[in-house]
Design a protein around this ligand. Structure first.
Ligand code: NAD
Length: 297
């Protein structure tokens, strides 16, 4: 199948690579020529703009870093909307429900269907085809793209309501942000009390306090001090902000969410938007005067 793919970053590159491996023909675009060249080396056809991708393919997928980038790529003057062949736009980016609805409505006016399809599972999930893909939009369009989504992981149809999958994804990411920050805080406390951080993680994972943060993020990126999980702090903060904004729009007070949001805003100031989000532990370590180092064990 002929597929367009825009945005070849941490997530987009491995996802597009899997589609090539599965035998699809991919027409790709990224504003970074380096990212584009890497996929062309694997067999993709390069495009010159999102409009060019939309001129050459009926199904256009995107994995972009911000709501503004999705708006520009989908509906900007040189966007997919201007492509003569585009029939459907599937956005894997986390952009929040209002932006997804705005983009979808603009595309629909030009006869292009839109599916929200934010993903979870990180870079390793993208590499292994083990993502969770949350989908909302027209069911017939979901059926049309399901064979493509199956190559990338497990598609779950959330709702026909535009933007609903974005809300679902933000709920998931606030939970993940909370678990990572809470795990960082308790492991630092354990180290300050004289416990071995590797033992703390082992015990959490064998007990009721275990989470994805203790099972995967700490052993892979914090204990070995590599801080290379593949998700930027700036993107984590974007998702927490988007989630809290949606809760506010619903008239709901998020007592725990607000505290988690303040912690991540502080982390963003201290470690910067481009750092890996596992660096959340660093300001907590600094304040406590200890380091969570699992390399000795
Ligand atoms: P990234 O910053 O690594 O990649 C984004 C890519 O988009 C880059 O290659 C960049 O050059 C390109 N880009 C930016 N603006 C563009 C434009 N206008 N036109 C074309 N290309 C453009 O980001 P990522 O980590 O791959 O995340 C992408 C999306 O997936 C984000 O919405 C993120 O929240 C979400 N997400 C990321 C992860 C993760 O673990 N990294 C997991 C789940 C969801």
């Amino acid at each position: 199948m002929e597929i367009g793919f825009i945005g070849l970053g941490h997530m987009g590159f491995p996802m597009a690579s899997r589609l090539l491996e599965a035998g699809h023909h991919v027409v790709a675009f990224d504003t970074s020529t380096e990212a584009l060249d890497r996929l062309v080396m694997l067999g993709a056809d390069p495009a010159t703009s999102p409009a060019d991708v939309g001129d050459r393919t009926a199904t256009v997928l995107a994995s972009l870093p911000s709501p503004a980038a999705s708006i520009e790529v989908a509906t900007g003057p040189n966007g997919v909307i201007a492509g003569a062949a585009a029939q459907r736009f599937v956005d894997f980016s986390t952009i929040g429900s209002p932006t997804a609805q705005e983009v979808g409505a603009a595309l629909n006016q030009r006869g292009i269907a839109s599916l929200d399809c934010p993903v979870s599972g990180g870079v390793s999930g993208a590499q292994e085809g083990a993502l969770s893909l949350m989908v909302s939009g027209p069911e017939a369009e979901f059926r049309a793209v399901k064979p493509i989504l199956d190559v990338l992981g497990k598609p779950i149809f959330v709702s026909t309501k535009p933007g609903a999958a974005q809300t679902m994804k933000l709920i998931n990411n606030l939970m993940a942000a909370t678990a990572l920050a809470a795990t960082a805080e308790v492991v630092v406390m354990g180290v300050k009390a004289g416990l071995d951080p590797s033992v703390v993680i082992d015990v959490l994972n064998a007990s009721s306090g275990g989470t994805h943060a203790s099972r995967d993020k700490f052993p892979r990126s914090v204990l070995p001090r590599t801080f290379d999980f593949g998700f930027a702090t700036g993107l984590m903060v974007k998702d927490v902000r988007l989630c809290l904004a949606e809760a506010e729009a619903l008239g709901m007070r998020m007592h725990l969410g607000d505290a988690v949001g303040m912690l991540w805003e502080d982390v963003l100031q201290k470690v910067g938007p481009d750092s890996d989000f596992t660096c959340v532990v660093k300001p907590i370590e600094e304040e406590a005067g200890v380091v969570v180092d699992g390399r000795a064990g």
